[in-house]
Write a protein of this length. Structure first.
Length: 236
């Protein structure tokens, strides 16, 4: 068993399935935004979102509809604005809630100055504060981030978030001092791309019970209730 990593300086959280359960609000608002901006939903009702950036989801669904990658890219700003507007309008109709222990972990870590908390998420940046607030998180608790409108490839995002943390805090943070926490094999892969510590939780979008274990993250947790003890070395 790996020892707790007390040298971790930056924790990059995934959102959906890791910090909170959106309970269908993301799919519903994405469908509305796609129809508004691209005049088709691309068959989104059967689409598997887990681990994908919103940009990649558009590519997956719209290229087969005859919309080019270039047109998808040029339509991203309008899509992002429409998605935020629709999500804000409907999210109150969905029982969005935090994942087990997520509030407690984030709150305790805020008291430790040596740790910076940030986000690496497939969500476009405009929807992030809407989802976080709906689940009771203050978006300002997460000091840096990288988002699903910045690259279709999730593996690019931890590099952006780390660079932003280094610039903002004027601190040299090495990749091995970063923990990426998520609920899919894509989160594990993007941690490995950076050279960061991968922490997987079984609270989200893995397609079967063995999928996360097979990807061999550094830490595999049932939920975040054991995160402080097992990963950071902060006991109860």
């Amino acid at each position: 068993m790996l020892q707790p990593l007390t040298d971790i300086q930056l924790i990059l959280w995934d959102i959906d399935g890791t910090l909170l359960w959106p309970k269908g609000s993301g799919r519903a608002s994405t469908k509305l935004a796609m129809i508004e901006v691209f005049q088709t939903d691309g068959g989104i009702d059967s689409h598997h979102f887990g681990g994908k950036t919103d940009w990649q989801t558009l590519l997956d669904l719209l290229i087969s509809e005859g919309i080019s990658p270039e047109d998808i890219r040029s339509g991203l700003p309008a899509f992002e604005a429409a998605l935020a507007r629709h999500l804000e309008s409907i999210i109150g109709d969905y029982p969005v809630e935090p994942c087990p222990a997520a509030h407690n972990v984030v709150t305790i870590l805020r008291d430790h100055e040596f740790l910076v908390q940030g986000l690496v998420t497939g969500n476009v940046s405009s929807t992030v504060p809407i989802k976080l607030r709906a689940a009771g998180f203050d978006p300002s608790w997460f000091m840096v981030g990288a988002f699903g409108n910045e690259s279709p490839n999730r593996n690019d995002l931890p590099f952006l978030a780390l660079e932003r943390a280094i610039q903002r805090f004027d601190r040299h943070i090495r990749p091995e001092q970063v923990a990426v926490v998520g609920d899919t094999v894509a989160d594990i892969a993007c941690a490995r791309a950076l050279g960061a510590v991968s922490v997987a939780v079984k609270t989200g979008y893995a397609t079967d019970p063995d999928e996360l274990a097979s990807a061999q993250p550094d830490y595999l947790l049932d939920d975040l209730s054991t995160f402080l003890d097992r990963v950071i070395g902060l006991g109860p």
